[in-house]
Ligand binder design. Structure first.
Ligand SMILES: Cc1ncc(COP(=O)(O)O)c(C=O)c1O
Length: 411
């Protein structure tokens, strides 16, 4: 209840008497006890009495908030939580995963320098790098994380300013050996930037494993409910952190405070969600493989990077897997139409299980030949496992893929 008291003034001195002014300047409620949930600060600007302080905050000499594109308390609270989880000394939250990738590269790659990028990359990252190459912004070299020796050779040969890899690649879940890559790139005075979107900091903290910068789409596992678009860049070198922050300010890549608030809420259940999602993904991968379907899942001994994932990852093998259907696109189309429970979507990491067809979604920018060269055939279907009951997920998947239903026959 708000109780009007004599001493409550609209402004010191009680200047405003007209209702039109009072609409804009209502009495303020002072909160003296701390809320258990950090508030959502939607305010674009902050009122400050001392002009010197405004100058110092905007000039980066003092901590504080003046304008939401430059800094916002809700976004900053999320940055604190993520820096801690990523074992980084700074974190900058931005408008999307792609904004995070652009900010990290903008900060770390001097004009004209060489970027050595994994061949296995999310389509939009591929698009950004090839566009920068075509405009003369960078020299772009490529190597496959699928062949570690060739990748290390490429680092020694190209001496790149930046190596960019995904910790688990999209969609075949090829595993980057982050400590080995970090050692090799540091030997040539370069930096390692890792996109950790498929794993989240709970499974791998790339900076703690030697990477210079981690980027992550918070739209995926951290948000977790399909209602957030945001990203984060985190690292250890303070100069790089300042450069990322400057990019956010100048490119206008600030995250919305509401998205930051939702992502912070998502973090609280990330552990519980991932535990269930990873256990279900492992069970589904085992059942698919037992049914004779070609299955890409790093938790399976048949995955080419199983040993690397087992050595580097914590708590499980992620919640994504891909199947390669022998019937090609017609088999994918049939499964797509048949799904009753699995969602059809273009994202991952949600509480809801989602299927994605890379050929028309994440990897639509590549020609069929380029996709084939990356191992993405017409029958490849990516599955992001949610938190539903695993037997329901298996029942729907088995039905959609035409697997005879024998629920007790396999793990
Ligand atoms: C591996 C990876 N990195 C980055 C992104 C981009 O994230 P966002 O959609 O939040 O920009 C995605 C999106 O799917 C992704 O799969």
């Amino acid at each position: 209840m708000f109780e009007r008291r004599r001493e409550v003034r609209i402004r010191p001195g009680g200047m405003a008497t007209d209702v039109l002014t009072r609409l804009v300047h209502p009495p303020r409620v002072t909160v003296v006890d701390s809320p258990t949930v950090p508030p959502l600060y939607a305010s674009t600007t902050y009122s400050t009495e001392a002009l010197d302080r405004i100058d110092d905050v905007l000039g980066g000499r003092e901590a504080g908030f003046q304008y939401s594109r430059q800094g916002n308390p809700t976004v900053a609270a999320l940055e604190g939580a993520l820096a801690d989880l990523e074992e980084a000394s700074w974190a900058v939250v931005v408008a999307s995963g792609m904004a995070a990738i652009a900010a990290a590269l903008e900060a770390a790659v001097p004009p004209g320098a060489t970027v050595l990028a994994a061949e296995e990359l999310y389509g939009a990252t591929d698009g950004l790098l090839t566009r920068w190459r075509d405009r003369g912004r960078i020299t772009l070299a490529r190597a496959s994380v699928g062949s570690q020796g060739a990748f290390l050779d490429a680092i020694a040969r190209e001496r790149p300013a930046v190596v960019f890899v995904e910790s688990a690649s999209n969609p075949l879940l090829r595993v980057a050996d982050v400590p080995a890559l970090a050692d090799a790139v540091h030997r040539v005075q370069g930096r390692l930037v890792v996109d950790n979107t498929f794993l989240s900091p709970l499974v791998l903290a790339p900076v703690a494993s030697g990477a210079d910068v981690v980027v992550e789409s918070l739209t995926k596992f951290v948000g977790g409910h399909g209602d957030v678009t945001a990203g984060v860049v985190a690292g250890v070198d303070p100069a790089l952190g300042r450069a990322v922050l400057a990019h956010r300010t100048h490119a206008g890549a600030a995250a919305s405070p509401f998205d930051a608030w939702l992502a912070a809420r998502g973090l609280k259940t990330l552990g519980l969600r991932l535990e269930r999602q990873m256990a279900s993904a492992a069970a589904l991968a085992a059942r698919l493989a037992a049914a004779g379907i070609a299955t890409w899942y790093p938790g399976l001994a048949s995955h080419p990077d199983h040993a690397t994932a087992a050595r580097l990852w914590r708590g499980g093998f992620g919640a994504l897997l891909s199947v390669d259907l022998a019937g090609g696109r017609p088999a994918v189309e049939a499964a797509w139409r048949a799904f009753r429970l699995w969602g059809r979507g273009t994202t991952l990491g949600d509480v809801e299980s989602l299927a994605l067809y890379p050929a028309v979604a994440s990897h639509r920018g590549l020609s069929p030949e380029e996709r084939a060269a990356r191992g993405i055939g017409p029958g490849l279907l990516r599955l992001s496992v949610g938190i539903e009951a695993v037997d329901d997920l298996w029942g729907d998947l088995a039905m959609a893929l035409g697997v005879p239903r024998r629920p007790n026959a396999v793990p």
